[in-house]
Design a protein around this ligand. Structure first.
Ligand code: TRP
Ligand code: SF4
Length: 336
């Protein structure tokens, strides 16, 4: 089968990924890689927009993210896995697009507005909001347009960025009277989203997540803290699965229909206690994650393969990036 459609997405290397990333994003990417030409990048430049002084953790986090991807089944023989900073063409395109993009397009970016607000409430001075950070959406556009991607699989929070990318591509095309840059379409990753163990959104900064790389013991311990039916005080009280905040919804994601029904009945009749229910769930989750964790471990023990994957992937990515840049420069630069 020919792989015609170009799919591209990147992730900032912020540290070990959790089961929300695994179920919401990575399994989606893994499914896409069989029938499309996929590019998956680690956005280390984007990490620098806010953490320019934390380069040691940047390196470690890049490795952790890569391990999580490979464990989840991103296959370097099917997809091109690369590091953003190994694609100088993206930096060049970023410069060209910085010229054509009005600054107020960047300023209206909702994520940046939020960041500015947070920085203000934290009392950080204006100097921590850098030139690079205001360029965040333009750098994202450059990521996507260097490869002329057709689809960008992202979560809903990133859709505004893809809209700006479309505007940036259209404006470039208008200015230089060309149809060179493809306006990308966001491909929403559906949200069966796993809640955090405390019932809030799962996130690493909330300390309520289960990592892809957690051991079975740690996973079980974490699940034992999950919120259940808050009105159920004793083991013999009748339970209400629909009001069980975290554990029953997890069952619906990790259990078979049969198991979900069985748990529902046993809970409603007060035949199963929450502790037992959580133990059973932990087993389920650990079973499901075992192959992922095993594969992750393999790469952890074969670090040189990781390097090869990133170098080879980035080399391959540059072949396409160079083609696009060549065309861009033939439009923009006079002396060619
Ligand atoms: N901003 C994205 C995030 O925080 C990461 C990202 C950078 C990205 N460049 C991209 C996503 C290009 C999609 C396409 O997750
Ligand atoms: Fe939730 Fe299970 Fe307890 Fe029922 S038995 S309230 S489903 S944890």
């Amino acid at each position: 089968m020919s792989k015609e459609k170009i799919i591209l997405s990147l992730m900032r290397p912020t540290g070990k990924l959790h089961l929300g990333h695994y179920l919401g994003v990575l399994t989606n990417w893994v499914n896409l890689q069989n029938e499309n030409n996929c590019f998956f990048g680690i956005a280390d430049w984007h990490a620098l927009t806010t953490k320019f002084d934390e380069t040691d953790s940047l390196k470690l986090n890049t490795t952790e993210v890569l391990l999580d991807w490979l464990g989840a089944g991103i296959d370097p023989d099917k997809s091109t896995v690369y590091l953003q900073s190994m694609i100088p063409e993206t930096a060049k395109l970023h410069i060209y697009l910085s010229m054509t993009t009005p600054i107020n397009w960047a300023e209206r970016d909702p994520t940046l507005k939020d960041m500015a607000k947070i920085m203000k409430t934290k009392g950080e001075n204006e100097e921590s909001f850098s030139y690079g950070l205001i360029g965040y959406p333009i750098l994202m556009a450059a990521d996507i347009l260097t490869f002329n991607a057709d689809y960008v699989p992202v979560g809903i929070d990133q859709v505004a960025h893809i809209e700006i990318t479309r505007d940036i591509a259209r404006r470039f095309n208008n200015i230089y009277k060309t149809d060179l840059l493809t306006e990308p379409t966001p491909k929403l990753t559906q949200i069966p989203l796993l809640k955090g163990l405390d019932g809030n959104k799962m996130g690493k900064s909330f300390n309520n997540d289960i990592k892809i790389s957690d051991t079975e013991d740690v996973t079980t311990k974490k699940i034992m803290t999950g919120i259940t039916d808050r009105s159920r005080m004793r083991r013999t009280d009748l339970g209400h699965p629909d009001e069980c905040e975290v554990i029953f919804p997890y069952w619906k994601i990790f259990g078979s229909n049969e198991e979900v029904n069985e748990i529902k009945c046993a809970c409603e009749k007060g035949e199963i206690g929450c502790a037992d229910c959580k133990k059973r769930l932990s087993k389920k989750v650990n079973e499901k994650m075992a192959p992922v964790r095993e594969k992750r471990k393999y790469y952890e023990e074969h670090h040189s393969e990781l390097n090869d994957i990133i170098y080879e992937g980035s080399k391959k990515a540059r072949i396409r990036a160079k083609e696009v840049l060549e065309q861009v420069e033939s439009k923009v630069m006079v002396y060619r």
